[in-house]
Write a protein that binds this ligand. Structure first.
Ligand code: SF4
Length: 415
């Protein structure tokens, strides 16, 4: 894969079609969590209003009209005062008309900056879906994570959102942290489910390069959870969410029917999206492009040229095909190879689709199966395949696209 690292304004991105999913990256957080490799910086001393204005300048040049979904991610969007959220969302409305077109609009929130007033303000501004980074309910664990909120704050934030009238509420939880037991996981998940949250994202802790957690792991200061326990916690999450009526529609995501995250489903279906803000990534047609992971270069480039595209990449059709399998298999409904070929713009004869022999290999290993209950043949992960979805992705990328690093294919609107 080749990245062309030049400065604006030479790099142009195709104009996204009307209806394209819109992602806005607000890169400020209370502090930097020790496991996090998203682009974000502590908010203290930063010019939040200046960032909102810059994002609006970028939006004026490239945001799609009438987006179907809008997602404010980060970072911590809830950290912005209500008046800045209003400036951002009203400005985006003028540029895109999103309030009249979206079927879903989400803001990521963290417990320390989500109270009833903030939830009410977001609702009033047209954001009915809040995704709250609860992560854990134990003070010591939250401190280890580098979070600023305390154990009870996560549940308090969910309650505040409910009291404000939020009906599309999601909670993020992390499992397989050092020292976690099945009992503690059952307790935390049970507490969150008791608040009848409609959607839960439960991710196992990963040790990403250039994070403090990876450094501590390498130094022997942290020990990974044993694989067997990780698998037990994963399966228990499926059971407990299922008992509460939240089905696993994706490997790590559970929801009541009708509360699935449509914005993220578009990513898993390898759809088109436009990202605004520092570090945001876009995929328009077969072109991917990204903004710099830095506040200063982003602001400087926006000021000088109105956009901040730092890199642009056109992956090969084989890479796009492999990505389609990697992402689509994460969905419980699985994938239809013809749709993956179309999304990847792969135009060869269907019987020579290079992903099919890899899929057959996975079926022989018991990791994939073919289902027909939706009226067509769809390839799905089996119960044995679900916990190793990432390893299966690597097989597709390596054998179809000749690439062995799933990270080289950015997913979602973040680099
Ligand atoms: S709050 Fe979220 S985005 Fe911010 S540092 Fe923590 S994990 Fe990263």
């Amino acid at each position: 894969m080749s990245f062309h690292k030049t400065s604006p304004p030479e790099l142009a991105l195709p104009q996204p079609e009307e209806g394209t999913a819109l992602y806005v990256h607000l890169p400020f957080c209370a502090t930097k969590c020790h496991y996090c490799d998203f682009f974000s910086v502590p908010a203290e001393g930063q010019d939040l209003g200046g960032m909102v204005d810059a994002i609006l300048v970028e939006a004026a040049g490239r945001a799609p009209k009438k987006p179907k979904t809008l997602f404010l991610g980060g970072g911590t969007p809830s950290l912005l005062p209500a008046k800045l959220l209003k400036r951002l969302l009203d400005g985006l409305q003028e540029i895109t008309g999103w309030r009249d077109s979206v079927i879903e609009a989400t803001a990521e929130c963290n417990p320390e900056s989500l109270d009833r007033d903030k939830a009410r303000a977001l609702l009033d501004l047209g954001i009915p879906r809040l995704s709250v980074g609860v992560q854990a309910l134990d003070d010591e664990v939250l401190e280890l994570f580098g979070r600023v909120h305390k154990g009870p704050d996560g549940l308090r934030a969910l309650e505040a959102a409910r009291e404000a009238g939020v009906e599309h509420l999601s909670a993020d939880l992390i499992y397989a942290w050092p020292g976690q037991t099945l009992e503690r996981w059952e307790h935390d998940l049970g507490e969150v489910l008791a608040l009848t949250t409609q959607h839960i994202s439960a991710y196992n802790l990963t040790y990403e390069e250039e994070t403090r957690f990876k450094q501590w792991l390498d130094q022997g200061r942290l020990a990974k959870a044993p694989e067997e326990l990780e698998l037990t916690l994963f399966e228990r999450a499926r059971e407990l969410c299922g008992e509460a009526g939240l089905g696993a529609y994706e490997v790590s995501n559970y929801s009541l029917k009708g509360h699935e995250c449509l914005h993220n489903i578009n990513y898993w279906k390898n759809g088109t999206y436009l990202g605004l803000g520092p570090g945001a990534v876009s995929k328009v047609g077969s072109v991917r492009a990204g903004n710099p992971r830095g506040i200063a270069p982003y602001l400087r480039w926006i000021e000088s040229s109105g956009h901040a595209t730092q890199w642009r990449d056109e992956p090969s059709d084989l890479t796009r095909l492999a990505e389609g399998w990697w992402l689509g298999l994460r969905l419980a409904e699985g994938l239809n190879p013809a749709q993956v070929r179309a999304a990847a713009h792969w135009n060869g004869p269907p019987d020579q689709d290079p992903a099919l022999p890899v899929a057959r290999e996975m079926i022989e290993l018991g990791l994939l199966e073919i289902k027909t209950d939706l009226g067509e043949e769809r390839f799905c992960l089996t119960p044995k395949g679900r916990p190793v979805a990432d390893a299966i992705a690597v097989q597709f990328l390596r054998k179809v696209a000749g690439d062995c690093d799933p990270k080289s294919a950015p997913v979602g609107a973040l680099e």
